[in-house]
Design a protein around this ligand. Structure first.
Ligand code: SF4
Length: 318
């Protein structure tokens, strides 16, 4: 069950993005009547907020432009809806901020097309109201895609949160164990997910900077992981917070990046280009680290860059 993802914390943590969950009895009734298996095996009919229905027979989409640049791999992605935009009664991005919401990739390029948004809403509602059917459909889809990858002689790469931040390793641990040869990857703003030592070994995460999570970025870097930073334009600065900056727009294969480093991404779409919240950084006004540097010596993934002396760590609970 998706209990942690469903619980009421979403109201207090991210109130501005949450829709009311409503009466629990009503929700149960809706859940029973919204979904029904069609006679065509894996096809599942999902009711949408406008009263229409959508039939899902798979959940994974072909690579977007950037994923497609990953030569030697077959990339697929699971596109849900960010925050509460799927009207499934919960937020899919518990750590979204005003800056990232306004610049979200969900409103850019083909993800913004109405027919694609409609499919994303249907997938999100299936996840919310029938997680067991969602998992079964995802497993079947992964098996199909893996066969395709085998035929092509390449490895399958699956990005599970194209525009969402759902801790699927917690909700569906069997997914990762069932496909040990598939490389799963994601970006997240949830520092607990990233620093969780029990995360499946075939699930790579890169932390995403926002306008208000600088201390978490520094913790992640100190632990030897990577952080994405959105810059208003290229060329990117050579370093940020003392760590080298690499160009993350070349491909989406983040698990191949050296670490620790900053993965620079160029602002895309009107919302990102016009950001004034601090989510998008101008190279000329990089944030000054509020903490003291010390010479590199003790980091496991040290690559000769400066490292940071951080205040005492808080307890991290997965
Ligand atoms: S940028 Fe990421 S965290 Fe922010 S709203 Fe979009 S998907 Fe969610």
């Amino acid at each position: 069950m998706l209990r942690p993802f469903f619980d009421e914390r979403i109201h207090t943590m991210n109130n501005q993005y949450c829709l009311p969950l409503g009466d629990p009895h009503l929700r149960a009734e809706v859940r029973r009547t919204w979904l029904r298996n069609s006679s065509a095996g894996q096809n599942i009919e999902v009711s949408l907020p406008d009263g229409s229905t959508h039939i899902l027979n798979g959940l994974l989409s072909q690579a977007n432009h950037k994923q497609a640049k990953g030569i030697g791999f077959l990339s697929v992605g699971l596109t849900l809806t960010p925050r509460s935009t799927g009207r499934a009664g919960r937020s899919l991005c518990l750590f979204a901020t005003p800056g990232c919401a306004a610049a979200c990739f969900a409103d850019y390029d083909r993800l913004a097309w109405p027919k694609n948004k409609r499919v994303a809403v249907a997938r999100t509602r299936l996840l919310a109201y029938s997680p067991e059917q969602f998992l079964a459909l995802l497993m079947a889809d992964l098996a199909r895609q893996r066969t395709r990858a085998e035929r092509l002689g390449v490895q399958l790469v699956c990005r599970l949160n194209v525009v969402s931040d759902v801790p699927l390793e917690r909700e569906f641990p069997s997914l990762f164990a069932s496909y040990p040869d598939v490389q799963f990857m994601d970006y997240t703003k949830d520092v607990r997910r990233l620093l969780n030592l029990e995360r499946p070994t075939n699930y790579h995460l890169t932390f995403s900077r926002s306008e208000c999570n600088e201390s978490d970025c520094l913790r992640v870097l100190e632990a030897g992981h990577n952080v994405t930073v959105v810059f208003r334009k290229s060329p990117f600065p050579p370093t940020c917070w003392g760590y080298p900056v690499i160009d993350g727009d070349g491909s989406d294969l983040r698990f191949l990046d050296p670490s620790p480093c900053i993965v620079g991404l160029k602002a895309k779409g009107k919302g990102a280009r016009e950001d004034r919240t601090g989510f998008v950084l101008d190279a000329a006004s990089l944030p000054q680290p509020s903490i003291k540097y010390r010479p590199p010596s003790s980091l496991p993934h040290d690559r000769g860059s400066f490292v940071l002396t951080l205040p005492a760590k808080r307890e991290v609970t997965a």
